[in-house]
Design a protein around this ligand. Structure first.
Ligand code: GLN
Length: 279
């Protein structure tokens, strides 16, 4: 079978799944990863034949994808904030909307003195490693309750050469922080349990990284409770939230930190996505 035939066949098969938006693109990505080819190489060699091992590996991957396995887990890779991250079942796949959190954190760090910050619920380390790559003066704690997730964060920290400034800590939210720091960034689980149950990726991604309880706010509220004493005066926090949660989160923050400044940022889709708190 030639590469061209493999692509056509895969696209036809993937078109059968309602959860796959772009079967052509996904077929191409899968095939390129089997062959370790760039896009240009693939299109240059369309008449080349796959060897039997490549053909069976490719078919297996297409089969996995048809079973609902997310593409990023099959190829163990996801791009986030311009960097390529290793991902597998131990961690949530980084989402594009989370780039807003990173962008805002970089802007903030550059405009006020921030020498130590922490990424809470780091998962793959996408946020912590992207920040470290862009903020050479900043020391970053990457914290997760899952030891397995921290193994993945370690791989990514090594891959992008930031291990000297990223310290991995295992712990429940802020418990592992011994001293107050300048800033907290967190993309905690915030999906409502009922919504989580209907997510196509639910059987594949760690529930602990997505399910935030009945209203989705269990972990975010616990984190807000813990901020006092862990963030220096004048310090700040950026929290990613889900659609429709801004009011509840700002209400709770106002109650606990009445003099703090609170702002909501919208993502590219116009959804209130990040809560910014200056203590
Ligand atoms: N934005 C993610 C989703 O809807 C949820 C991420 C999270 O819970 N932190 O898939």
């Amino acid at each position: 079978m030639t590469l061209r035939q493999a692509l056509v066949q895969a696209r036809q098969r993937l078109s059968g799944s309602k959860d796959i938006e772009d079967p052509g693109l996904e077929s191409e990505v899968l095939l390129r990863h089997i062959l370790h080819f760039s896009r240009a190489q693939l299109y240059f060699d369309l008449n080349v034949k796959l060897n039997p091992d490549q053909e069976s590996a490719f078919n297996q991957w297409v089969e996995l994808r048809l079973g609902g396995e997310p593409l990023a887990y099959i190829i163990n890779s996801r791009e986030f904030y311009g960097l390529d991250f290793f991902v597998d079942h131990r961690v949530l796949i980084p989402r594009p909307e989370t780039e807003l959190l990173v962008e805002e954190a970089i802007r903030f760090c550059n405009s006020r003195s921030t020498s130590v910050l922490a990424d809470i619920g780091t998962g793959s380390g996408a946020i912590a490693v992207s920040l470290a790559a862009h903020l050479p003066q900043t020391k970053i704690y990457a914290i997760d309750i899952s030891a397995q997730a921290l193994e993945v964060a370690r791989l990514n920290s090594l891959r992008h050469g930031v291990t000297n400034r990223v310290t991995l800590l295992q712990g429940d939210l802020l418990a592992a922080l011994k001293h107050p720091i300048d800033a907290i960034i967190a993309n905690l689980p915030y999906v409502r349990t009922a919504d989580w149950q209907t997510m196509p990726s639910a059987p594949f991604e760690p529930r602990q990284a997505l399910d935030g309880g009945e209203k989705g706010l269990d972990q975010i509220f616990r984190l807000i409770d813990q901020l006092k004493g862990k963030v220096n005066p004048g310090g700040w926090a950026l929290l990613e939230i889900g659609m429709g949660q801004a009011e509840a989160v700002t209400g709770y923050l106002n109650k606990l930190y009445p003099v703090a400044s609170i702002e909501i940022l919208k993502d590219l889709a116009g959804i209130e996505r990040v809560v910014k708190l200056i203590l």
